[in-house]
Design a binder for this molecule. Structure first.
Ligand code: F6R
Length: 364
């Protein structure tokens, strides 16, 4: 049931504050303000020397964000690859180590094949999965459930932010287990997670401003998305969302890679979406933005209040609520979802059922 929404995708984008909240309560003890893994899903990260993460598509981008978190907060080195490549790369795996699969459907063939490969190498299998009855959930040793509810739209939205919420909690737990985070550090990080539903709801109110960009984007042949740090995977996700449902060619790049090739594409016909919270990386991304502007590129800057104050000329500046840098991926995901959605609606494509795509990819 779509309720008052025109498409499931729109309903699922709007549900994110609520379902991220539902997911967080499964991983956070609200009275102590500490991470507490769900019953049956406890895991001690202290003995690990590496973590292997594998997934496809949007779930893979959630894993890319998680790599920054696990490495920063738990000093745990992460190997991550798309599931269809993981096995062929033949990474040396430590028996007894943890392999983490991320999947909304829990049925993705490549992710399942990677799970079985890692199991055969003697690894313990964790799964961040949305469908509790799925094959991946059944075959994993430890399930870390997302509580996104049924996701109907083929383009994943709420499952993605719920995956991020689970991975954020796991990274904090790993940081505690590995004695990298103090109790005080943990309390601060958890407090910023608890604020997310409210900040995400506030971010959704930017929808009318974002919808106004749909016409411009609908005329573009190519769109670039740029970000640094954890905004880089969100740039990749924004580009994937746009190409999936509007069929416009889009690419996400690490902002620093711009001058190593993609800047050759930039002219006044190529919108460039820049994801840049005002954090330690802002100034560097701002100088990449100037390089784009100097070539006539039209910039849509997604930033916070402080960042907006430091922005040069843009086609539009979308100001999301201030947040700790830690949780910004869950906030910045929303404007790029809305931008893809409204561009597709403007173009009249089949938003919930885009051509050539299936909700669950059960062949390799
Ligand atoms: C993107 C999308 C796909 C899936 C990918 C993995 O919007 O829906 O890229 O994320 O096929 O699917 P799951 O998470 O079910 O393993």
């Amino acid at each position: 049931d779509k309720g008052a929404h025109r498409h499931f995708m729109s309903k699922e984008i709007a549900e994110q504050p609520e379902v991220v909240g539902h997911t967080l309560v499964r991983f956070i003890d609200m009275t102590s303000g500490r991470v507490r893994l769900p019953a049956g899903g406890d895991f001690d990260f202290s003995g690990l020397d590496r973590l292997a993460i594998s997934a496809c598509g949007t779930a893979y981008y959630a894993g890319l964000v998680a790599r920054y978190w696990f490495e920063k907060f738990a000093r745990l080195p992460v190997d991550i690859d798309i599931a269809s490549e993981f096995r062929y790369r033949e990474p040396p795996l430590t028996p007894g180590g943890l392999a983490l699969m991320i999947s909304q459907s829990g049925e993705t063939a490549d992710t399942l094949a990677t799970l079985r490969h890692c199991r055969a190498q003697g690894m313990k299998i964790g799964a961040v999965v949305n469908v509790p009855t799925s094959t991946i959930a059944r075959e994993a040793d430890v399930v870390f459930p997302t509580v996104a509810g049924v996701e109907v739209g083929v383009a994943s939205t709420k499952a993605f932010t719920c995956q991020l919420a689970v991975l954020a909690a796991l990274a904090i737990k790993a940081g505690r287990d590995r004695k990298v985070l103090s109790e005080e550090d943990e309390a601060k990080l958890v407090a910023s997670l608890i604020e997310l539903p409210r900040l995400m709801a506030e971010t959704l109110r930017l929808e009318p401003q974002i919808e106004k960009l749909a016409q411009t984007f609908s005329k573009a042949l190519d769109v670039l998305y740029l970000g640094r740090g954890t905004s880089y995977p969100i740039a990749l996700e924004g580009a994937l969302k746009l190409k999936e449902i509007s069929y416009i060619h889009a690419e996400g790049y690490a902002a620093g890679e711009l001058k190593h090739g993609p800047i050759a594409l930039v002219d006044e016909n190529v919108p460039v979406v820049v994801l840049a919270p005002y954090d330690a990386l802002f100034e560097k991304t701002a100088s990449n933005m100037q390089e784009v502007a100097a070539r006539g590129g039209r910039i849509v800057l997604i930033t916070d209040r402080e960042g907006a104050g430091h922005a040069g000329d843009t086609l539009a500046t979308i100001v999301v609520p201030d947040s700790y840098a830690f949780v910004s991926p869950l906030i910045y995901a929303i404007p790029v979802q809305l931008l893809a959605y409204h561009t597709a609606v403007f173009m009249g494509t089949d938003v919930d059922q885009p051509r050539n795509l299936a909700k669950s990819v059960t062949v390799e």
